[in-house]
Design a protein around this ligand. Structure first.
Ligand code: PMP
Length: 358
């Protein structure tokens, strides 16, 4: 049967998500989940929905109520919001909408590996433009004619950020759309002293004629990775086009109710992101004491490398001790450990084991 597949599907490797262990007792620091529970208001909204008869009916295909809340929070027209089943769904919609077969997706590298997988599925090419040594965008940008250019900001796995001004310059240089993937944007907004605004680069996206699209997720800062909810911000006319590409009911009624209530609870978001930012600072300092090179992160993870020895054995030793982190190896950039910021107790456990290992 597989001979009938499109050749690019047969040829591609597929994206490998971080491991989700089936057994308990694991300190899980490999997929940037939030160690704190979601907002109690989000949980309550979902419990209310389950008690109503709303699951019997189809959900609102456009998530109108959610878009109103998100529009207000980001200072944009609610018609400029597109809902998604996680931001990965949004990235898929954008690829299907903009990238033809044999087309081109470009992203700074190293970054989120899904961008090149999306190119593979589409039968398109992917090209990585290396970050500069200090993790900024090269100027002038060398590849202006991509069908889609994607910049994760903060970036993964490095946790580094580029300024909104640099992104605005990049957008003006490009001949195509610029997607700014702000999956970790709320952690940057909570980081001092270089804090970005809570709205991230949303102001670049909403205007008519803008070629900027922002993607956001509730998986990280809102602690709703299991719910699967993300959204895009762009000009209302572009969102009108993208709606044609998405599944009619790509977000279920439960996730819409939870996502809206989560966004309405900004005070809870502020409290939990502040705790994560504080743990991140302590963890960065202690990892450096243990001989790791750690980039200053504005996300909910850190990128730890070593110049004195390979890190893969450290990853394996941690795994044997029931601590999961993400080992990554980028050709041209070497390898490292991407370690999510867990609870203080989880990070204490990580640091204690690392002291024994290194
Ligand atoms: N963008 C980046 C940079 C990510 O790291 C992730 C998480 N793997 C996502 C998007 C997707 O997140 P989700 O689909 O859970 O919204």
């Amino acid at each position: 049967m597989s001979q009938f597949l499109r050749p690019n599907i047969r040829a591609m490797a597929g994206y490998t998500p971080g491991e989700q262990p089936q057994s308990g007792g694991i300190v899980k620091l490999n997929t940037n989940e939030n160690p704190y529970p979601p907002s109690p208001r989000a949980l309550e909204a979902m419990a209310d929905l389950l008690r109503s008869d709303r699951l019997r009916k189809y959900p609102d295909p456009l998530g109108t109520a959610f878009c109103k809340t998100a529009g207000k929070l980001f200072g944009v027209d609610p018609d400029g919001i597109l809902i998604g089943n996680g931001s990965d769904d949004i990235l898929t919609i954008l690829t299907r909408a903009f990238v033809p077969e044999k087309g081109l997706i470009v992203s700074p590298t190293p970054s989120y590996l899904l961008y090149s997988t999306l190119a593979d599925i589409q039968g398109a090419k992917f090209e990585g433009v290396p970050f500069t040594k200090d993790w900024q965008l090269p100027t002038p940008w060398p590849r202006r004619n991509a069908h889609l250019t994607v910049v994760a900001n903060p970036n993964s796995p490095t946790g580094t950020v580029v300024s909104n001004a640099a992104l605005e310059t990049l957008a003006s240089e490009l001949q195509g759309p610029l997607v700014i993937d702000e999956a970790y944007g709320d952690f940057a907004a909570a980081s001092e002293p270089d804090a970005q605004t809570r709205q991230g680069a949303a102001s670049l996206a909403g205007a008519s004629g803008s070629n900027v699209i922002i993607t956001r997720t509730l998986s990280k800062s809102y602690s709703l990775a299991g719910l699967r909810f993300g959204f895009a911000i762009a000009s209302p006319s572009l969102i009108g086009e993208l709606i044609k590409v998405k599944d009619s009911y790509n977000c279920d009624a439960l996730s819409l109710a939870g996502a809206q209530a989560a966004l309405e609870d900004q005070e809870y978001l502020r409290q939990t992101t502040a705790k994560i930012v504080a743990t991140r600072a302590r963890m960065t300092a202690e990892l450096r004491t243990l001989g790791f090179d750690v980039l200053p992160s504005q996300a909910n993870f850190v990128w730890a490398t070593r110049s004195d020895r390979p890190v893969k054995p450290i990853f394996e030793a941690l795994k044997q001790r029931n601590i999961l982190v993400r080992y990554m190896n980028y050709p041209g950039f070497g390898d490292g450990l991407r370690i999510s910021v867990g609870s203080d107790a989880e990070i204490d456990r990580l640091l204690a084991e690392l002291k024994r290992i290194v």
